[in-house]
Every structure is written in C-alpha cells, then in structure tokens.
Design a protein. Structure first.
Length: 254
C-alpha cells in the first residue's frame, strides 16, 4: 500500500513546495488520521481535532486528499485523506499572530473574528468526538484481546510499522562508519524482512478465523455508553449542536 502511495505521489512532487497563499484551513474529524510525507512514506498519525492550513488539494490512490501544514512548522508538510477531515476554503488558519496581522493589514474585523471563532469551535468539537470514540475503541480492543480478531489487528499494526523501521535502518546503514556496523544493520534489515514475511503469513491464517470469531462474539458498546466520561462528553456535544449548525454550516453526526 505504502509503495503504491509513494509511486503515485512522485507525480505530485512539484506541488509539494510551500504555498504562500493557502487555499483554506481544516480540522481532522477522524479519531486518528493517517498522514504521509512528500515521498509517500507514512508518518505519525494526526489526532482528531487538529487544525491545519490547507495548502493544496491533491489525489492519493485516486482518493481526494489534502496537502496540509502546521503554521508552527511550515517545513513539515503532510498529506492526509480528505475523508478524515473537514475543509473550509476561506483562507489559512487564524492563529493569534495571523489574526493581529490581518487586522493590521486592514482585513475585515468581523469576518476574521468569525473565522477564528469557527476554527476554535471546530478544534474543540472534533477533539471531544475523538475522545469519546477513543473510549469505544479502547473497549473494543479489550473485547478482542487474545482472540483471533485481536491478534489479526495487532499483526496488521506491526506490519504497517515495518516500512518506516526499514527506512530508518537503511539510513543508518548509509551513515555507518565501519563494515561491522554496516553488516549488523544489514542483518537487522534481513530480520525485519523475515518478520514481515511471517506477519503476512500470520495475517492470511488469522483472516480465516477472525471473521467467524467476531460473528460469534459481537462487540457491544452499551457499557461504554454508560461510562460517566462518555455521557459527559455526549451532553457537552449535544449542547454545542446549535453553534455547530451556525458556525460549521451543517448538522453534526450522531
């Protein structure tokens, strides 16, 4: 998957430079969104509720995606899938400094104030959604723990981390000062490839039983919904509904 993403993104490299005029801003709406660097390598996930400046709209594996930037680190641009975010095409992220500068430059104070309020609201709302969904996910992981379905999920997570580990070892091998160091790192990379092969075989084997196990042991989130933190977050989100419809121009998901 990552290799295919990487190959596709190679054709997008000309657009992966800093854009002086961002097309908008956005917020991560998923509990956790996968992100990629300009080579297509998977990077650290982006948490729900994270605000970003939208530099450009792109395609990844024929899926709509965004090239995003954190104003605090303009050199660290990332790509996230559009399905994991919500975007607003009204100029970049309104940090306190950006707001002050825009006002000083003669910007519309009322419009700028609304944009900043909209961004702060989106950050709070989707952070709370992520917190609530994380409670469900934690309970689901506990339910699956030790089962074929749980082992399948663990194997997939471990396999997904291997490409990044291999790239790190490759870079370390290039920097190695002695043959002994290079040989050790080369052996580490071989072991990593053996582990990847083993994980793929384990995943294929577990797929045969994981589905049947889950059908026989369906996850019930009713106990999570009775949790005090979950209920508090739900009440707060419900109280935010009128502002959601006004500021974010839509109806929040249940």
């Amino acid at each position: 998957m990552n290799r295919f993403v990487c190959l596709l993104l190679l054709g997008l490299l000309p657009i992966l430079s800093f854009a002086a005029d961002p097309v908008g801003w956005g917020v991560v709406t998923a509990v956790s969104a996968k992100s990629y660097d300009k080579t297509g390598a998977e990077t650290s996930p982006v948490a729900g509720g994270t605000l970003f400046t939208l530099v450009k709209e792109v395609l990844v594996n024929k899926q709509p995606a965004y090239l995003i930037m954190n104003p605090a680190r303009p050199d660290a641009q990332r790509i996230v899938l559009a399905e994991d975010c919500r975007a607003f095409m009204e100029g970049g992220l309104m940090t306190t400094e950006a707001f002050a500068q825009a006002v000083a430059d003669g910007g519309d104070l009322s419009a700028l104030t609304v944009r900043m309020r909209r961004q702060k609201f989106a950050e709070k709302y989707y952070s709370m959604i992520a917190q609530r969904e994380a409670l469900v996910e934690k309970a689901r992981e506990a339910h699956l723990s030790g089962s074929p379905a749980g082992r399948l999920a663990e194997a997939k997570r471990e396999l997904a981390k291997i490409p990044a580990k291999d790239r790190a070892l490759e870079q370390a091998e290039k920097r190695a000062r002695t043959n002994a160091q290079r040989l050790k790192l080369r052996d580490d990379r071989k072991e990593l490839r053996y582990r990847a092969t083993g994980l793929r075989a384990e995943i294929d084997r577990l797929k045969e039983t994981a589905g049947d196990w889950e059908k026989a042991h369906p996850f019930d989130d009713s106990e999570v919904r009775k949790n005090g933190v979950y209920k508090t977050l739900t009440r707060q989100l419900e109280a935010m509904r009128p502002d959601f419809e006004t500021l974010l121009n839509g109806t929040p998901a249940e």
